[in-house]
Design a protein around this ligand. Structure first.
Ligand SMILES: [Zn+2]
Ligand SMILES: [Zn+2]
Length: 161
């Protein structure tokens, strides 16, 4: 399993492999930021699929396609533009064909791209562990964590430098 997270202290983006090795011994027993001295011990007893976020301990994780949202939007936009051009040249078959082709590409990507688990609180991403039974994004829960983050940042304002 690969973890990708922003360090809670310095916000350095870290990518670590924390998969357990064949003999049941973990490859690493600690998450550490390479850029500062932040670190957090991993639970000794853990399965391949984390029940709690290994970075912040939050137990709400959701499943997301490991696919940059921006690329999906870009595909739709390019398809729409090309289709409009074809339409302008009085080629309705091409216009429709282009739209369908881009929709198909989108669908294929969506089918073949694997899932990641994402932490509601800190946004850490876990690759190679998500399964169909994991919940997808819950807006109510997401909103609760967003509010919590706002409250926390109000309580401890960053000192002026
Ligand atoms: Zn750090
Ligand atoms: Zn987290």
């Amino acid at each position: 399993m690969q973890v990708e997270f922003a360090c809670p202290v310095c916000e350095h983006v870290c990518r670590l492999d924390v998969s357990s090795q064949g003999d049941g011994k973990a490859a690493t027993d600690r998450l550490e930021c390479p850029a500062c001295d932040w670190g957090r011990d991993l639970p000794a007893e853990r399965t391949d699929r984390p029940t709690d976020c290994l970075v912040c301990g939050c137990d709400d994780l959701w499943r997301q396609k490991d696919f940059p949202h921006a690329i999906g939007l870009m595909l739709v936009a390019v398809g729409a533009v090309l289709s409009t051009i074809a339409w302008a040249y009085h080629e309705p078959v091409w216009a429709l064909g282009i739209l369908l082709a881009f929709a198909a590409i989108d669908l294929l990507l969506f089918t073949f791209v694997s899932d990641v688990l994402v932490c509601y609180r800190c946004g850490a991403r876990y690759r190679g562990v998500a399964s169909e039974s994991d919940p997808v994004y819950d807006h109510e829960l997401g909103e609760r964590y967003r509010q919590e983050a706002i409250r926390l940042s109000e309580k401890s304002p960053t000192p002026p430098s």
